[in-house]
Design a protein around this ligand. Structure first.
Ligand code: PMP
Length: 299
């Protein structure tokens, strides 16, 4: 990319000038919220769902985002346009803003708003063809009554510790349990099991972020006649599932073929996973806010 434009607190600036204060509480304390969003062929996929999650997360931690959702839509569209991106990954960050060294948010007068759009770093096709291996890690998911997973906050240390463990174990992704030992999610993906014609995924209160991709898959699966249940389950259920897959904005739908050394199903991506992935890819091209649409009055 020749020149990269980043939206920073009301202006579009060059990547080199896109810097924030060391007193920003997003940096000092992980005090803020964010979204990872994807544009497919000029459609920002399920933007409304992402914005609702962002604004609800911000409300929950008492950050007042200084733009309406419509204004934020325009900012995202404009950031993609300025960077000539049709297929891109968008990172939208809203922090508490600049304060002092104390953690008291009362000293932060204005939230910082940052939008970064980059070309996609797509996962290698071979991972989709062969599926991935995951392993249960020792680090448990934050208890949902301590830090509710519905809040997509900048505080990702829990997930980072989990990712470090997965790296050390030499596997592509982690399986994270909650404090009671029920399966929660991956480091940045939701998990689904397939048992016969039934799909299972943990409910949010177990300790899973309610992912936009997860919800899309629940919808698609329902339309295709699969029975989907939000249910608590254990590692034993994962080991004995017919198929296991993960979902997320970056990974889309990716098969898991080995968990803690146990081969899942036939040891390759199963028919239900493949079926849902192909339906998911079909709708990503049509189900979104158009970046280059005239109706958005983008200059
Ligand atoms: N869980 C966690 C912890 C995540 O960070 C993400 C990525 N945002 C997901 C699940 C998947 O959510 P989505 O489908 O909205 O990207």
């Amino acid at each position: 990319m020749s020149e990269q434009w980043i939206f920073l607190n009301g202006s579009y600036v060059n990547k080199e000038e896109a810097v924030i204060s060391v007193y920003d509480h997003g940096f000092l304390y992980g005090d803020g919220v964010f979204e990872g969003i994807r544009s497919y062929g000029g459609n920002i996929f399920r933007l409304n769902e992402h914005l609702v999650r962002l604004y609800e997360s911000a409300k929950s931690i008492m950050i007042d985002i200084p733009y309406t959702q419509e204004e934020m839509t325009q900012i995202l569209v404009e950031t993609l346009r300025k960077n000539n991106l049709k297929d891109g990954y968008i990172r939208l960050v809203v922090s508490r803003g600049v304060g002092d060294l104390g953690l008291d948010p009362a000293n932060c007068r204005k939230p910082s708003v940052i939008v970064i759009a980059e070309p996609l770093r797509i996962f290698p096709q071979e991972l989709y063809d062969s599926g991935i291996e995951i392993a249960t890690v020792a680090t448990r998911r934050n208890r949902s009554d301590v830090l509710n997973p519905m809040i997509k906050s900048l505080n990702y240390l829990n997930n980072i510790l989990v990712k470090i463990e997965a790296n050390l174990a030499g596997v592509q992704e982690a399986l994270m349990l909650n404090d009671q030992g029920y399966v929660a999610e991956g480091s940045a993906d939701n998990i689904f099991l397939v048992k016969g014609d039934k799909l299972l995924t943990p409910p949010g209160h177990v300790g899973a972020l309610v992912g936009v991709t997860r919800n899309t898959i629940i919808e698609i699966a329902g339309e295709k006649g699969y029975e989907v249940e939000e249910a608590m389950f254990t590692r034993h259920d994962v080991y004995t599932a017919d198929e296991v897959f993960l979902t997320g904005t970056a990974a889309e739908v990716i098969a898991v073929v080995k968990v803690d050394g146990r081969v899942i199903g036939e040891g390759k991506p199963g028919p239900v996973t493949n079926d849902l992935l192909s339906s998911f890819r079909e709708i990503t091209l049509t189900d979104g806010v158009k970046v280059y649409s005239e109706s958005l009055h983008v200059s």
